[in-house]
Write a protein that binds this ligand. Structure first.
Ligand code: AKG
Ligand code: FE2
Length: 265
């Protein structure tokens, strides 16, 4: 695993709210993680959240179910995925990028854009989650080529500086986010094609999306979102299991090592 970051990457991340990092995983690591992801996704049926998280099922939203196959918290049911998503060297990279002391896992996600799937509407991540932080971060790892044709990720530079915690969701209308934030449309977005093993990092408030798949292939990404250590509950359930969600009050520190293990501190 190549987890060396240079100063330019950190500067660009802090300015733009995202960066690409080429060659994070070797070919062998890509194969190992891809096998694990396909196996874990295959074991889930229509359940979207693994390992006892909130009961959410695929198959209820005709548009969103064909944006991608989305399965979350796979680290809880697969040790290979856990070893990658909780890797402390990835944690150290993210601490350098965000300038924070440590992260806890929020949730991982396999995002498999299938043949001819819908685009991923422009959105912000953090407003979906159960904590609010300007320093949340996600890693997005390509396990197969992500191209302009099959729906690579796009981000709007510096949008994280304009964002608040208002949520537009991920809409059928791709532009819905820009009704809330028209000023974000003043910058050109940047598409980031990736080879297998490349990754990108984006801040939890960076506007991002992906095009449709215009191909009969699939695009497999393994992603994981992380919250800064010390983050507090904001009242939203997101993927939290019912009993854990009901035990929380707004303002409680989210420090449950079972659901949200520390990745680097
Ligand atoms: O892969 C995609 O299409 C979207 C990814 C995304 O929204 C994310 O990783 O936060
Ligand atoms: Fe996202």
């Amino acid at each position: 695993m190549n987890t060396e970051l240079n100063q330019e990457q950190t500067d660009n991340y802090q300015r733009d709210g995202f960066i690409a990092h080429r060659g994070l995983l070797s070919a062998d690591e890509v194969s190992e993680l891809k096998v694990a992801v396909l196996e874990a996704v295959g074991s889930m049926g229509k359940r979207k959240v693994a390992g006892g998280g909130r009961n959410m099922v695929a198959g209820e939203d005709e548009f969103y179910d064909q944006v991608f196959t989305q399965r979350l918290n796979l680290w809880r049911i697969n040790d290979t995925i856990k070893r990658y998503m909780l890797n402390s060297r990835i944690g150290a990279m993210m601490c350098a990028l965000e300038g924070v002391e440590g992260f806890r896992v929020w949730h991982d996600q396999a995002l498999i854009k299938e043949a001819y799937d819908n685009p991923t509407g422009w959105h912000l991540d953090n407003p979906f989650w159960s904590f609010s932080s300007r320093h949340a971060i996600s890693i997005w790892i390509a396990l197969e080529p992500a191209t302009f044709q099959n729906g690579c990720m796009w981000s709007v530079p510096e949008s994280h500086k304009l964002a608040r915690f208002d949520n537009s969701g991920i809409e059928f209308n791709m532009k819905a986010l820009f009704k809330i934030y028209p000023e974000m449309m003043m910058a050109d977005s940047v598409g980031v094609p990736m080879a297998p093993g490349d990754c990108s990092f984006h801040n939890g408030l960076t506007a991002h999306g992906a095009g449709a798949s215009m191909t009969r292939g699939r695009r497999i990404a393994m992603t994981c979102a992380y919250m800064p250590v010390g983050s507090t509950f904001n009242g939203q359930q997101n993927i939290l299991a019912e009993d854990y969600f009901e035990s929380l009050k707004e303002g409680d520190v989210l420090d449950n090592d079972d659901w949200n293990p520390v990745v680097f501190i």
